[in-house]
Design a protein around this ligand. Structure first.
Ligand code: HEC
Ligand code: HEC
Length: 304
């Protein structure tokens, strides 16, 4: 239930709670029974502002009863709920337990909404306006902060509408990515390429692959250095899903383009991470959401 590794804090917290309640009860009892020394006129002898005298009257009854009720309430509360350190309380209540019950209740309530989609193919879901509407709402809640509300992404956050994928294709790939997240890793490659001049030449060769503006002399010089990149990006630079390495020939740049951007890529590499969503979304939700995302770059009727 708690993260404490020793019993000390349980005893400390539980003891403190119990001692405070007992101290309140004692204070109540003592102040109700002990009589303070008073003068004959029932004052304590303290006078303020010329004529303001402190009397020694008993506490009002309603106030005393209220005080007794709070002490009794605290003891009953402590017996029912986790208040005294590790003691769970007679009701066995816990905030995690309550959270789990509420999550379960919410999931039971939405299960029928999703039930009709589980039997559908991704194509059918893409064609279904209700599935698309639910998928879009899920996307706005869970994905838009990184991929943009139009799913077109931004620097280092992939565009999900262009049909250009890092690590696979189709509905299954998108489902797996949502559930488990993914990490794209390119190691720093400068040492394998050579001098700073070699890296610049290689950058121009990479730019030439997509027909981007480049210095053709440098590109020719850099061509052979691309051997260091071929293991992941493929000998022709068209990328490799198994390595998560993007196509360098299509003019789509996840991390920015130009000589500087590519030199930086080679020198520093990348570690680009998308967190797993399986703790936030259940399987049925991921299924509908994946169809929505897949539909952004796929027309209904086209094969996966
Ligand atoms: C915290 C930011 C973040 C959130 C939230 C996030 N993503 Fe991502 N996503 C990324 C990053 C970064 C990548 C690229 C990872 C890489 O380079 O391998 C990525 C990659 C992907 C890919 C693979 C793209 C490709 O080209 O292969 C898909 C599909 C995807 N996200 C879908 C989603 C969906 C659907 C959601 C909502 C549940 C979501 N993402 C939420 C940051 C995020
Ligand atoms: C070990 C595999 C690996 C090797 C070797 C490798 N890369 Fe990469 N590269 C990747 C991966 C994976 C990514 C995508 C990182 C991500 O998910 O954000 C990437 C991304 C890039 C990008 C960014 C593409 C974009 O769309 O913005 C460039 C440019 C690049 N690599 C160039 C090179 C060059 C040039 C070499 C050779 C010196 C090279 N890479 C070697 C795996 C590799």
């Amino acid at each position: 239930m708690s993260d404490f590794t020793s019993d000390f804090w349980h005893i400390y917290v539980g003891g403190l709670a119990l001692v405070s309640i007992i101290a309140c009860a004692i204070l109540l009892w003592v102040s109700g029974t002990t009589k303070a020394a008073t003068h004959a006129d029932n004052t304590t002898g303290h006078v303020w502002d010329v004529d303001l005298k402190e009397m020694n009257n008993p506490l009002p009854k309603w106030w005393v009863y209220l005080f007794i009720i709070t002490v009794v309430f605290a003891l009953i509360y402590g017996a029912l709920y986790p208040m005294f350190g590790k003691f769970q309380g007679a009701l066995g209540w816990s905030s995690q337990g309550q959270h789990a019950t509420e999550v379960k209740k919410a999931e039971d309530a939405i299960a029928p909404v999703y039930a009709k989609f589980t039997g559908m193919t991704p194509e059918q879901m893409v064609a279904d306006p209700e599935a698309r509407a639910i998928g879009e709402r899920l996307f706005m809640n869970y994905c838009a902060q990184c991929h943009g509300s139009d799913a077109r992404g931004s620097k280092s956050f992939p565009n999900l509408t262009d049909g250009d994928w890092l690590g696979g294709t189709g509905h299954e790939y998108i489902k797996t990515t949502i559930a488990n997240g993914r990490t794209g890793v390119m190691p720093p490659m400068a040492a394998a390429v050579g001098s700073a001049e070699d890296v610049r030449n290689l950058a121009h060769y990479v730019l030439s692959l997509s027909g981007s503006p480049n210095d053709s002399v440098r590109a020719t010089l850099g061509k052979e250095k691309f051997a260091a990149c071929a293991a992941c990006h493929g000998p022709d630079g068209k990328g490799m899903h198994a390595m998560g390495a993007p196509n360098l020939t299509d003019g789509t740049w996840l991390h920015g383009w130009g000589e500087d951007a590519i030199v930086r890529a080679v020198n520093n590499g990348f570690t680009n991470h998308m967190p797993a969503q399986s703790a936030l979304l259940n399987e049925a939700q991921i299924n509908v959401l994946a169809s929505y995302v897949w539909g952004l770059s796929t027309k209904p009727g086209t094969a996966q």
